[in-house]
Design a binder for this molecule. Structure first.
Ligand code: AVJ
Length: 320
């Protein structure tokens, strides 16, 4: 459904209503022997703001590590990409990272895609005020099972912009499938991808279990989201935030652990949790330049360069 935001000329499409029923998806994940909640459910209005707060934490260095690379190479990216592209921002959030590219990139169209539709609409209203001549398209969508774009998105010289290392929420095989589809959708264009690199496990764990407890709040908030969407009766006080580094899989895992034996009910079902039993809420894979190169090649990107910060903490790939 297109909602004309005439005053600001932002064309906004809500593709979430047409998607699979999230209540069914959530209840199935909770009923599984190893209970799961997919990480896309973190991002309600509060979750989106808690994630912004995470990005300010001293322990969560990803945004600053990535920023060092953008500061150094944005002009180089712009030279390779050229002016007048269709900039497709996956998981746009507050749109700040894309906006910082506008001056160098001079895109013809900016397409912001995010699962947090209400938050995105608000952010795009301010983007439109700051960039009155830019063609802006907003898309509220869950692209975790593939990206679908409305026909209003130009097919001309697409740049798929996927920064921040959200690619790490996919398993390596899921990432290959996802990027293969992205490669097809930006034929002749580019992918600009961010990926966090593996480093000292203690440092990684601290980034996902900060001293202020902001990440714990972000993780626990998902229970409130699930209560609203799936009609469950979780009490966040009964759960504890757990972050652990799984070295064999090269990923940080976030879980919620039951503080005591308890029951969770939802319309038509429910389950019990033993004390100490966990719900797996997120994987964030940490990669290496070699594995990232393999992934890009496997997805069909024959031509790419990797850019890292001097300490090799984070990598950006510009791929064709
Ligand atoms: C938004 C997926 C990149 O995995 O680092 C931050 C989300 N989770 N702290 C990440 C997150 C806990 C973040 N991504």
């Amino acid at each position: 459904m297109a909602i004309a935001d005439a005053a600001l000329r932002v064309r906004f499409f809500d593709l979430l209503a047409a998607a699979a029923d999230p209540a069914v998806e959530l209840r199935a994940g909770l009923a599984a022997q190893l209970a799961t909640i997919p990480p896309k459910f973190f991002y309600d209005a509060l979750g989106a703001r808690l994630f912004e707060a995470i990005c300010e934490l001293p322990e969560y260095t990803l945004p600053r590590d990535e920023r060092v690379i953008f500061d150094r190479y944005t002009d180089e990216f712009a030279r390779q990409i050229g002016a007048g592209c269709t900039l497709i921002d996956l998981g746009a959030g507050d749109c700040a990272k894309a906006e910082r590219l506008f001056e160098a990139l001079q895109p013809a169209q900016y397409v912001a895609v995010d699962i947090a539709g209400g938050f995105l609409r608000t952010q795009l209203a301010s983007v439109a005020r700051r960039h009155p001549r830019l063609d802006i398209v907003g898309v509220a969508a869950d692209f975790s099972r593939g990206l679908v774009l409305p026909p209003e998105v130009s097919e001309r010289r697409r740049i798929v912009f996927y920064p921040g290392s959200s690619i790490g929420n996919f398993s390596p095989e899921e990432a290959r499938v996802f990027l293969t589809d992205i490669h097809a959708q930006c034929a002749g264009g580019h992918l600009l991808l961010g990926a966090d690199l593996v480093k000292d496990p203690e440092e990684i764990v601290a980034a996902y279990d900060d001293a202020l407890g902001v990440t714990a709040a972000f993780n626990l908030n998902v229970l409130n989201v699930v209560n609203r969407i799936a009609g469950t009766d979780f009490a966040s006080a009964d759960w504890r935030h757990v972050a652990l580094f799984n070295a064999a899989e090269s990923r940080i895992e976030m879980h919620l652990e039951a503080r005591r034996a308890l029951q969770v009910r939802w319309p038509g079902g429910g389950r019990s949790f033993a004390a100490g039993e966990r719900i797996h809420t997120e994987n964030s894979y940490k990669t290496t330049p070699a594995r990232l190169s393999d992934l890009l090649r496997a997805a069909g990107f024959a031509d790419f360069n990797l850019y890292t910060d001097p300490a090799e903490r984070f990598a950006l790939a510009l791929a064709q």
